[in-house]
Design a protein around this ligand. Structure first.
Ligand code: SAH
Length: 233
């Protein structure tokens, strides 16, 4: 069974975008996953096909209407659809490699892309949307965030990555950042490749990589080490 993504958006032209190329694009063509975009505006009912309105309580910007979104969500994901319903949102739980793996193991995802100031809280609750953030910064819309999420998920689908093993050693898979990489030439602008890596001693190489992983994680992401040791705040 292939992974089925449905993206609800005001800008369907943004898809598949980057996901039409390289690994994800080949997998899309091969049918390893599918991508459907649904134009939210098609579910507006008034003459002007309005999808947003001014915020209750006043203030800047516009808010996407609950009734229009509920209709498009019900169309994309009728009762019984086993796929999780995600809303790209800076207020969501930060996306992790673990969540990407869970999603890749499932039947797909229905992804709502916000625009303007965001969407009416009532539809988030009424349709049990899981809010997912891709980081602590504000994008102008959920589309780039959906592309990022799908990229992270699709590369984990069986058969998508050439070398299946390469996924298991990567940053975050074991709670650590990955060790540095080197390739030819042996010397670059006076900098040699670390001697251990050309020693041919696989045990020493593994130990060096592990030590580098730990050193980098300690230096750059002590929060990951703390989490790995169960010391999360
Ligand atoms: N006013 C909102 C930001 C709205 S940005 C706030 O302050 O929280 C418009 C849309 O872009 C959002 O509805 C969401 O779908 C998307 N978006 C923006 N930043 C995002 C992020 N870091 N992760 C995921 N989606 C994001």
């Amino acid at each position: 069974m292939s992974f089925a993504a449905s993206v609800l958006t005001l800008y369907p032209e943004m898809f598949p975008g980057a996901l039409g190329l390289s690994l994800a694009g080949r997998a899309l063509q091969a049918g390893t996953w599918s991508l459907e975009t649904i134009q939210i505006r098609d579910f507006a009912t008034d003459r002007h096909r309005t999808v947003d309105d001014t915020p209750a309580g006043g203030g800047a910007g516009m808010v996407m209407r609950a009734d229009v979104l509920a209709r498009v969500i019900d169309h994309a994901s009728p009762p019984g659809d086993p796929r999780p319903r995600l809303l790209m949102s800076p207020r969501g739980k930060p996306l992790t490699q673990a969540r990407a793996r869970e999603l890749a193991a499932g039947p797909g995802a229905v992804i709502v892309c916000g625009r303007f100031e965001g969407i009416d809280q009532r539809v988030i609750e009424a349709r049990a949307l899981e809010e997912v953030s891709i980081g602590d910064f504000i994008l102008s819309g959920g589309e780039p965030a959906a592309l990022v999420l799908l990229d992270a998920v699709v590369r984990l689908l069986p058969g998508v990555m050439g070398n299946e093993l390469s996924g298991e050693e990567e940053s975050f898979e074991n709670g650590l950042l990955e060790h540095p990489h080197y390739t030819r030439p042996q010397e670059f602008e006076g900098r040699p490749i670390p001697e251990v890596l050309i020693s041919g001693n696989h045990a020493r190489i593994a130990a060096w990589r592990r030590a580098e992983s730990e050193r980098l994680t300690q230096e750059r992401r002590p929060d990951l080490l703390a989490a790995a040791q169960g010391l999360t705040k």
